[in-house]
Design a protein around this ligand. Sequence first.
Ligand code: A2P
Length: 349
Amino acid sequence: SGYNVAVVGATGAVGSRFIELLENEAAFPIKSVKLLASKRSAGKQIKFNDQMLTVEETTPESFAGVDLALFSAGGSVSAKFAPEAVKRGAVVVDNTSHFRMDPDVPLVVPEVNPQALKRHHGIIANPNCSTIQMVVALEPIRQKFGLEQVICSTYQAVSGAGQSAINELYKESQQIINNEPVSPQILPVKGDKKHYQIAFNTLAQIDVFENEDYTHEEWKMINETRKIMETDDLKVTATCVRIPVALAHSETVYFTTADKDVTPDDIRTVLQTAPGVVVEDDPKHQIYPQPVNAEGKKDTFVGRIRRDMDNKGAFHMYVVSDNLLKGAAWNSVQIAETLHKMDLIHPAN
Ligand code: A2P
C-alpha cells in the first residue's frame, strides 16, 4: 500500500529537494516514485534511497497509475500536464504560478489555511516562495491582534529562478574576481529582453513588469497573501529585489496591527509558539536570521522585531527562509501530508 508519486521537474532546483524530502521526511506512505522532466534529461539516473531511478520524458501517459504528482517544471508544463494527471486520477500539488489565482484551486500554506484543501478538484497550488514565508510569520499575529496593513521588501536568492540562475551567479562571481567580462543570460528573467549581472549587484526586478509598474512577483505577493489569509480587505504591498545569494530569501516586513496596544514582546511571544516559526531575535548577542543559517532548514526564521517609533501598533520584522524548502518543495510535501491526513488522496488500486 501507499501512493504512486510522480515528481515533474525532477532534475531542477526544486525537484532535487522533492527527491530528498520524499526519501527522508514525507509523513505519508510511498509505493513508488517516478521522476519526470523534459526529453533533454530522459535517461539520466538519479539515486532514490538505495535504488537508481531513470528520469523519463513527461507525457500525458506518464501519469497513468499516479496518485500524487508534485510539479515544479514551469507554468507552461503545469498548464499542459496537470490536467492530464488529474484526468488519470492523480492529485496534483503545483509549484508554479499557473493555477494559483484560479478560484477553483486552493492555494495552501498548511500552517495558515489547511481547511482550503477540502475544496480541491484535483489541483492544489503551492504559493510563491516570498509569500509563503511572509504569511507563516504574519498569520499568528493576525489571529491574535488583527492586521491592517503590510509593506514588504524582499532580498531574494537566485535559486528562485532555477538551477541555471545559481550557476550564473557562481560563474559571474568567478569572472569578476578574475577580472574577466561577464555575459548575463538568465537573470533577472530568462524570458525577458535584457539580462543583467547579478554578482556583486542587486536587481529590482523579479519576473516581468505588469500593471502599475509592479512586477509579476510583487503582484503575486499582493494577491496570494489575500487569498491564503482569506482577507480581501488587507492592505498589502511589496517591492521584490534579487540579491547575489544562492539560497534562502530574506524580507523586511512592516505591518500594522488592529490592536494598538501591542508591544514588540507581545509579537515575540506569539511567534515563539507559532507553527513553523523560529524566533532568532537577541540584539544584545547579535542574533538575527541569516540566509546561510536558514539554508537546508524547513522553518521560517524571524528576528529584528521592533516598534515603529512614529506609529502605535506598527512594527518591523525580518523574515528568512529557505526558498526551495518552505518556499517550494517542503510546503508542497506538507500539503501532501495534510491531504493524506485528511484522507483526500484516493489511490485507484
Ligand atoms: P530538464 O532537466 O529536462 O530541462 P529549474 O527550475 O531548476 O530550472 O528546473 C526546471 C525543471 O523543469 C527541470 O527538471 C527541467 O527538466 C524541467 N522541465 C523543463 N521543461 C520541461 C518540459 N517541457 N517538460 C517537462 N519538464 C520540463
